[in-house]
Write a protein that binds this ligand. Sequence first.
Ligand SMILES: Nc1nc2c(ncn2[C@@H]2O[C@H](COP(=O)(O)OP(=O)(O)OP(=O)(O)O)[C@@H](O)[C@H]2O)c(=O)[nH]1
Length: 396
Amino acid sequence: MDILILAVIIAVVAIVAIAAFVVTGRRTQAPPSGRETTRTAPPAEPRVGEEAETAAPPEGERRVIEDVTLPPAAAEPEAPELEVPEPAAGRMVRLRARLARSQTSLGRGLLTLLARERLDEETWEEVESTLLTADVGPRPTTELVERLRERVQVLGTRDADGLRELLREELLAQIGTDMDRALRTEGGVSADGEERPAVVMVVGVNGTGKTTTTGKLARVLVAEGHSVVLGAADTFRAAAADQLQTWGQRVGARTVRGPEGGDPASVAFDAVKEGITAGADVVLIDTAGRLHTKTGLMDELGKVKRVVEKHGPVNEVLLVLDATTGQNGLVQARVFAEVVDITGIALTKLDGTAKGGIVVAVQRELGVPVKLVGLGEGSDDLAPFEPETFVDALLS
Ligand SMILES: Nc1nc2c(ncn2[C@@H]2O[C@H](COP(=O)(O)OP(=O)(O)OP(=O)(O)O)[C@@H](O)[C@H]2O)c(=O)[nH]1
């Protein structure tokens, strides 16, 4: 019996020992579980360029797939923040000090002469030459001096305030207070019966501030709540289109442009087409103003206008003149007026000249009103022209 029990114990111990041996052997040889498979480092891939320079991590430190933190999704390129241009109303008031500073010699000169004890012939001659020096022009100067002289005599005005008021009235009469100086920005209906934006063509000699004025004008219109499309029809100089595009981007206005040296009329046509498609309120077309030959200019501007008119009439042809060029500006004005029907004048760089009288002269020359004045290089230094504010600045 004892022998039998002993034999059973030996058999059980033997079975347990064999089972333990088998299990241990399997464990050593068993392949890793599924989860561990993913932990196996992937075979090293050939590296190129900069990657090849990155040293592979030592075997034990290889990162497993679960440990890899994915980079954040590529961020959308940020749209440039749009600027909010200064409202146009009241700009002239802000710029008044700048205007007054530049016109000190005209305003103060006239007031000093009129303050003399005796307003004799010589004094009136000096008044006349002061006005001429400020580019008021011969005919308006003669008229102004005659009227002022007569009124001073008839009214017997001798006090400084009274004389200032008379001068103010006569200057205003020469500039004109009842001209329509509003930009024509009301659209209409296109030849195809579609809603059509207002079309403003900006013309002028290069260097007068034409592209800058077109850009500043876009800001004025955006500030007034209009949507604007720009047409870079000055294809003569690629930089002009870049410049215009930059102005547009800053206020969210799209710029239509063509290849350098391309057909300006085709760019202008496309710009108006884009304006119609986009439902824009105003299309501003910047044109080239090379004055090599009048015929060339006439051909180019005439063609731009004709082609644009296939969509409907051009509402405004704005002539940009540099106030610092004096008589030369008047010659330019005359040439452009022969080529296209000018409907308004933008007088730039008034901050840089004491010859504000050009306002009177150019209106006389063309018979069209000054609608805008440029009073600096800042983005919002273009203001609607207001005769009263202008004269008050002269006489301040
Ligand atoms: N001080 C002053 N500078 C101005 C004014 N308007 C424009 N300018 C400057 O005049 C220079 C010429 O302006 P542009 O707009 O490039 O002249 P442009 O007539 O378009 O010439 P292109 O681009 O060649 O067609 C720039 O330096 C402007 O900043 C202004 O009212 N006052």
